[in-house]
Structures are given as structure tokens and as C-alpha cells.
Design a protein around this ligand. Sequence first.
Ligand code: ANZ
Length: 849
Amino acid sequence: GGGFDAYAIQQKWQARWQEADPFRAGGDDDTRPRKYVLGMFPYPSGDLHMGHAESYAYVDVVARFWRHRGYNVLNPIGWDSFGLPAENAAIQRGADPREWTYANIDQHKKSFREYGSSYDWSRILHTSDPEYYRWNQWLFQRLYERGLAYRKESPVNWCPNDQTVLANEQVVDGHCERCGAEVVKKKLTQWYFKITEYADRLLDDLNQLEGFWPQKVIRMQRNWIGRSVGADIEFEIEGREDRVTVFSTRPDTLYGATFMVVAPDSDLAAELAAGSSAEVRMRFQDYLERVQRETDIERQSTDRPKTGVFLDRYAINPVNGERLPIWAADYVLADYGHGAVMAVPAHDQRDLDFARAFDLPVRTVVDTTAPITGAIPVIELDDDGVPIDPGTDSPSLADIDPATTGIALTGDGRMINSGPLDGLSKRHAIARIIEQLEALGAGRAAKSYRLRDWLISRQRFWGTPIPMIHTADGRIVPVPDDQLPLRLPDAKGLDLAPKGTSPLGAASEWMATTDPETGEPALRDADTMDTFVDSSWYFLRFLSAGDPSQAFPPREAAKWAPVDSYIGGVEHAILHLLYARFITKVLFDMGLVDFTEPFTSLINQGMVLLDGSKMSKSKGNLVEFAASMVDPGADAVRVAIAFAGPVEDDIHWEDVSTTGAQKFLARAWRVAKDVTSDPDVIWAEGDPALRRVTHRLLADAPGLIEQTKFNVVVARLMELVNATRKAIDTGAGPADPAVREAAEATAMVLDLFAPHTAEEMWEILGYDGFVGLVPWRSADPTLLVEETVTSVVQIDGKVRATLQVPARIDAAELERIARADERVQRSLAGREITRAVVRPPKVVSFSTH
Ligand code: ANZ
């Protein structure tokens, strides 16, 4: 008797899970294939909110799904527990950041237990533990040894409010990502990781992720890396020994260069001005001061009037010896390309605007009215067979002269006024001019990237201390590996308020160390690492969290990694994912992992909104996770989230009904209670109409889950529960085997969304073990009507075959058919498949290297 008591059920099953630990990943004796499912780990800043509830509900759907499908699933949880949010909150409350952080973590752990998440609780990690950050320091040393960690003085993004340096990624429209203050530039000596050395690989390997990562994220990463292809061209400078190099994507227009522009805030501009008259120096200085107050966004804006100063210096065009006046102007940025451009006003709009503002010459070198296809022009004939004069319909070059129209000619055409290039199309002219420059020793093919090196120094307390020593005689040497971890000192007595230098600098006892070579007194580095270092490799630490002897065991990495399914917010589309991809490639180069991409597939969930805006503490519209579960229970929250819409869509929390979810769960539970047959009934003897509903769900759910259509699966479960209720009340009756079959299938599929209720149902239905570990029941094909779809097979990124397959095919079957396909076999030509990624029913992707 009794009604559905969600809270009691929840308590009961959480206690049983805690005792039996059924979701611990299997060890070496476990012969099931492996799946690594991971949710992006949380910051322990304050309480969890509905955004977390959403993300971790989805993670659990995926983890539980693969367990039912017969996989040995690794689904760990940890905390990204260093960083500004914790430190700022600690400063505001006058609390110790350490105590504050770990108190929050305890709260989070409680919430996750209450949520019924099926974690492997034996692998917990916190990045602020010395056992963890020691390996950040180890990683830093390895990067340093490989020349991938270095120090340089450079203008950095500075948040005057947080008093800290920000990475480019943390500057949003010229403002601090965290506090919104306007970001300024400041010169500081900082530690960098040389991510630019991996730019090509980071870009090219995105091709492997096509189809497995959201298209939007791939596009954002491509833009962020921003590769441009062109040439470096060297110009002699009158009265200067060294040449100036410019990067151009249009070296074909070199004969059209009429002046040169350098970034006012570059060393080059200062040097050129210094060699000029006192008047030029003064005007340059004034201009520079003005430019330093501008943001990059302002500088690149195309609708501001162009400004600049003439430096009274000249560059020599290497191909025709022409003298080009050199200007300093803010539209050229110091940290892109070489901070200098050859200005070709006829073919570049910014250069044209500048030329018109300062009355500089414009020379057209591409005739954009000329056909470039090389095809025979089409001659139209009139009714009498006489060729029609094309007349003046198409514009002549004179009509579109940029000097008069003010519109640069950026299209393709045939080269003119360009000596040996005349008559060539753009593509051929680029190839020819690069040959010519190479022969002259004045240039070469080159690429340029928007990507900058990763600035990892932070002038804050709550982070990983940088394991370097500054010796009395000015050397910088690593802390020897056997002295790691270099622990943070106690925060007590330190002023953590931001001031532009690290609070660690004031910890004089901590700062004092000795030169490991000479034993002389030396100083530690006072900066701490960006927390994105911590999260760049944490997925590997879960493989042996707590292991004191190594960051991670390569043997375990080979077995579990890369992560098969990575789930988290799109706010990490660039920063975290790019850094993790970079570090993975470094670890690959070190021979520690045998893969080059950390996350095989990526699921980005939408945001949880309230009144149309993102839930956040600062907006005061936060619905807290722990509080949300109290009344409806964890299962109802999870079902309501999964049912709210497609995973990638935003959820409007005010439209979400946990009451509706609660009623559905009570109905499902009631169905199980009403079953009167025994577990050994013969299903085949059941009512075929109800059986068909059950079997369609069993057949469809796997594909739907793999396509992250969780809401559709919940809808189909609701349909099945309703059909079962009808069969009990007005149809076959509670003793019909189809009713039992339907109730059992409901419990098994419901486990993905409402595990407590599902376990309770399973027990009511007469079973002992956990439903969470029950193998998926396969659908009886005779009860299904088949539908087929087209599936694509790729080998090393190229489509090699298409297959007609059942719409409900599962990954294993699809892979089997793809491997056996004759066209695939032919394309492989005996090469071994080293990796197969299968996305039923549409894509199979094989790699051979
Ligand atoms: C001559 C030229 C002629 C250019 C032409 C373009 C068109 P993306 O595509 O963004 O890589 N440039 C180079 N360094 C620069 C800097 N530090 N600040 C501002 N502009 C810079 O752009 C590359 C082009 O941007 C380069 O090609 C250069 O102008 C300019 F018809 O060289 B070009």
C-alpha cells in the first residue's frame, strides 16, 4: 500500500549505492569494452545551480546508457578548485580560500549523492590538492625542457579591477570576462606556453572531429586559431641596417604598394621615429600616447576616420626599387604578423581609406574586370548570326578606379602594372612573386595566425605555484623534480587583495630558497598558474587519482583515453578545449599518450535561463540545485530537465514542470506495483499491441540516446507507461505477460533519467540486483517495422562508401557492416584500422594512423 514517496525511495537507493558502490569502473579483469564518459568538472564557487543540474543529468544519462549496453564505464567526478572565483569570494568573506573551497566541495559532493549520479567515487580529485597540482608543476617543467614554456616582457591585458593579467580569451569586447571592467594594456614579464608552435596541428586535427563535435565549436576554434596564408616580404629601409618584414596575404599586389604602415606601439615604430627629426619624434610620441588608450576593437573598427603620422623614413620595394614612405597608424596592430604592412590602397580597403585621408598615391595592379578563368569568352550572336558587341554594359577599369570611387578592388582578375606578373591571375601571380622574392632573398611563403601564446602567469594566491627559482646572479632554473610539490604557503597573514603583484611575494619565508646548483640564496617565482593549466589534463589524472609516482599511468591512458563522450557548457568552446587539445598533443609528442585529441565526441548543453537570462548569482535569479531537489525529489528534477527539450537548446526554467515529472514517475511506479505475474512468464504470450510499443522503445532508444535526443526518449517512455496503464485497466489486464514485459522495460530505460524510481520498480518487480547494471534488452525484430537510412563511411576523413542501414541500427552492428563493406575494404587496401568512431545510424569514421 501507500503512495509514491519520492524522498523515501531516494534515501533508500542512495544508501544502497553508497554501500555496494556498483558504478565503480572495472579493472583489468573486466573484459567488457571500455567507455570513458566525463562531465566538465565544476568550480566549487558557491552552491551548485540548475545549470549544473542540467549538465550532470545528461552526463548520467550517457554513463548509465553505456553500462546497460554492456560497457565498462568510467564516469569520474572532481573539482576545478583553484582560481579567482574561490579567491574573490574568500576575500569578500574574509575566509581562508582553502577552507572556503573545501567546505563548498563537501556541499557539492552531498548534492551529487542526492542527485543519484552514478560516479566512480574512488577517483575523486581536487586540483587544489598538492597531490594534484604537483603534476601541474611537473608538466610545467616538461614544457620548459621542450622550449614550450618561456618568459617574456610584453603588453598584457590588465584588469584594473581584479588587478590581474587576463588571457586574450578572457577579454570579451574589451572588457574583463569576470567583472566587466574595461581592460587596459600593461607591460609585464610573464610566463607563456608556446601553443602557437602547435597552431597547424590544432587547426588540421579539427577535421577529425567533424561530425563528433558541435559544428559551432569547431568553427569557433578555427576562427580563434585564424590561419592566414601568404608571404613574408622583406624591405630595405633607408638609413637602417636591418630590413623590415611584412606579412601579406596578397603578395601578388606588391607592385601596387605605395607606402608602408607600422604599428605605433611596436618597437619598430619607436626605432624608426628615433632616427627621424625632433619634430617627427614629438608628433609620434603624442600619437603613441593617444593610441595606447585605445582598445584593439576600436583600432580595427572600419568606420572610424583613419589617423596616423608620417615618420619621414622610406622603405625600398624589393622588386622595383621604389621608395615607399613609412607611416605609423593605429589600424596596424603590433602583435599580428610582424606589426608592419605594405599598403596597397587600390586593393585593400583600410589602406585605401588611409591613402585618401593623407593624399597618398593609389595604383591599381589587378584588373578585376578581366576574366580569370582562362576560358574562351562567350560571344553572343544576334538573330542574323552577327556577334553582339558586348558594349559598355560591363564596367571598364576607369569606372571602378578606387582612387575616385573610394572602393578597393578586392576581387580576382588579371595583373597589370606589375612587370613580370602582368596577365597572370591572382593564384599564379602569388606563386610567381614568391619565387621571385625567394630568388632575390627578400621573402618567402609564410603563414600567420591569430592565435597567441598562452599567458599562464597569474598574480594571485589561489593557484599552482610556478616551480621556478630566480638565482642571485640572474638565472632562472627549475625547482628539481624531487622537490615537488612546491606547496602553497598558508594564506594566514597574507594580504590576498589584488594589487598587481602576487600575494606570494610577501610570504618572505616561502619566497626564500636556494639555488639548486650553487646552494646560494635565491628566490621563488611569486606567480601562480592560470587554472586552465589544471583543467588541460585532468581527464588523465582520473585514471589513477592520488597516484604519488606519476601524473597518470600511460598504460591506463592507452586503455581508457581519449574520453569517448565529453559533456559540458559551450562557454568552454575555445579556452578549455583548445588548451586541453594542446596539452594532449604535447603529451603525445612526449610519448605518454597514443592519441592526439583528448575528447572524441563533445556534447554541449544549452543554458538554463530564468526570465530569459542566464541564471547567475550576480543577477539574483539563481535556483539552487540542492533546494530544487527537496520537494519534487532528484528524479523529478532530472526527468523535467531531460524532457524540457533538445540537449543543445536553452531551458527556460519557469516553463519546466517538476510536478508533471513527479506525476509521471508516480504513474510508472504504480504500473510496476500493479503487475501480478511472476518474473518467469513467457513474454511471447503477451498482448502483441502492447509488446510492439515496448519493443519499438527498446529498438529506438539507443539511437536516440546516441544522437542526444533524450527528450524524445522520455516522451516515448511516457507513451509506454500510458499504454501499459491502459492495458492493465481496460485491456489485457495486470496478469498479461506483456504488462510485465512493459514494466520491466520501463524500469530499465527509466534508469537513465530517474534511477531511484527505476531501482524501486525493479525491486517491486521481483529482482535483486541493481537495474542500473542490467544489460539492455534487445528488441524482437518481428515486432518492428523497419525503416532504413543512408549511412556514410569515412576513412581518414574522406567519404569512401554509403550504406543503407536500418534506422535503429546500433553502433556495433553498424561498425560490423561498414568494416565488411567491399568499397571500404578496397579503400583500406590492406591498411589496418587503428580507430573506429561510430555514430549510428549516420556516420562511421575509420582512421588508419
Ligand atoms: C598587402 C595587402 C594587399 C593585404 C591587399 C591585403 C590586401 P588576415 O587575412 O587577417 O591575415 N596586415 C598584416 N599585418 C597586419 C597587422 N599587424 N595589422 C593590421 N593589418 C595587418 O590579413 C592579412 C593582411 O592584413 C595582410 O595582407 C596585410 O595587408 C594586413 F590587397 O598585405 B595585406
